[in-house]
Design a protein around this ligand. Structure first.
Ligand code: 13P
Ligand code: SF4
Length: 360
């Protein structure tokens, strides 16, 4: 059977990035204001987990709030959420909800996307310092300079970007729709794809379109190496491999597939939403998961009878993990922290997000 997540001709040459990733300071979450506020709170440190859950259940009704959580959130947050999903599904849920308040358990750019799509709702994030190393690799000023070098270029921004970067972009995309978005742009247009170089290389390989790539990377996925994948596949010949296209080894894995070192019938490149769909349908008893480890809880809930093994146990996004139960409770109790995007940025960023939502 044809594997839709791999190129039709595996033996075509694969281009590897020639330029090293851009080095930018990674945001720190070692001690956030929200963490300190919890430590100093007169009530929260004395509550048990169960008491916090009970209070959250009351408050979510009183506030008419919906709790949205990304697939990488810690298990207790996923279990409490009204909806758990990938970045595209979460923005679609935000756009559709009738709730007055959206408590976004994910990283800041995701909550910002919800705020852009729902200007009449209150969007809260339990810790606003939940950043993203990938989003931090590009600023709006850098996009303006890049565009000046390619005045006819169409800018496609991965959703893992700050609102002011989206405002400089023509289209947004996520890992689940990047191929469709790029394919929707006329062939004669130059495309500036940012900020993830590995996703960009994958899209280039799948669509056959030459893209200008921003050399950004996510530190969690960049650390997943082809050696890890090859070793795990050798150890588990019965397993399907699920690999996120942000992984630093996607291009090497394409080489390995072409060389026959990786099995094309067992290797699947998906965003987190695609992984969930895959495990619902696949007959493989074991799945090797090459992405952030929070995904394992989500996949186990989807297919409890199957076994899931992380390709790297240390693939942990500290930004996603900075959202905790006490912070979720405080967020609902004190209505903090509200995510607001200035109107002049939101209007332009919304255009790029809505163009994406029209395609998918
Ligand atoms: P997904 O859109 O696949 O959920 O990815 C979001 C993300 O941050 C990956 O690191
Ligand atoms: Fe950003 Fe990487 Fe964390 Fe995803 S896993 S939120 S891309 S730092």
């Amino acid at each position: 059977m044809k594997n839709p997540t791999l190129p039709e001709h595996l033996d075509m040459q694969v281009e590897l990035p020639m330029v090293p990733p851009r080095s930018k300071t990674r945001p720190s979450v070692a001690s956030t204001e929200a963490t300190r506020a919890i430590e100093e709170d007169p009530e929260i440190p004395h509550l048990s987990e169960q008491e916090m859950i009970e209070r959250i259940q009351v408050l979510r009704k009183e506030r008419n709030a919906v709790i949205l959580a990304h697939n990488y959130q810690i298990p207790i947050i996923q279990d409490l959420a009204d909806f758990v999903g990938d970045s595209l599904q979460l923005s679609q849920q935000a756009a559709q909800t009738d709730a007055k308040v959206i408590v976004f358990c994910g990283v800041h750019f995701m909550a910002e996307t919800a705020a852009i799509l729902c200007p009449d709702k209150t969007v809260l994030i339990p810790d606003p310092e939940a950043g993203c190393s990938l989003a931090a690799t590009v600023t709006a000023e850098e996009v303006r300079q890049w565009k000046a070098q390619h005045p006819n270029g169409v800018v496609v921004a991965y959703v893992n970007t700050n609102a002011d970067v989206k405002a400089e972009s023509d289209y947004c995309c996520t890992s689940s729709n990047a191929l469709k978005v790029v394919q929707a742009i006329p062939e004669d247009k130059e495309i500036l794809f940012l900020p993830d170089m590995f996703l960009g290389l994958y899209v280039q390989r799948m669509t056959g379109r030459k893209l200008h790539l921003w050399m950004g990377e996510c530190h969690v996925h960049a650390g997943i190496r082809s050696e890890d994948i090859l070793r795990m596949l050798r150890e588990h010949p019965e397993a399907d491999l699920l690999m996120h296209p942000e992984c630093g080894c996607v291009s090497q894995c394409m080489f390995a597939l072409a060389e026959g070192e990786l099995p094309a019938e067992r290797t699947f490149i998906y965003g987190t939403g695609g992984m969930v769909k895959h495990v619902r349908q696949s007959s493989a008893p074991v799945h090797l998961v090459a992405t952030e480890v929070g995904m394992l809880h989500r996949l186990k809930k989807e297919a409890p009878q199957k076994r899931f093994i992380p390709v790297r146990e240390d693939a942990i996004c500290e930004y996603m993990k900075t959202i905790t139960l006490p912070k979720l409770y405080r967020s609902l109790r004190d209505m903090v922290y509200e995510v607001r995007v200035p109107d002049e940025i939101a209007v332009r960023a919304r255009r790029a997000i809505e163009r994406m939502l029209e395609i998918v």
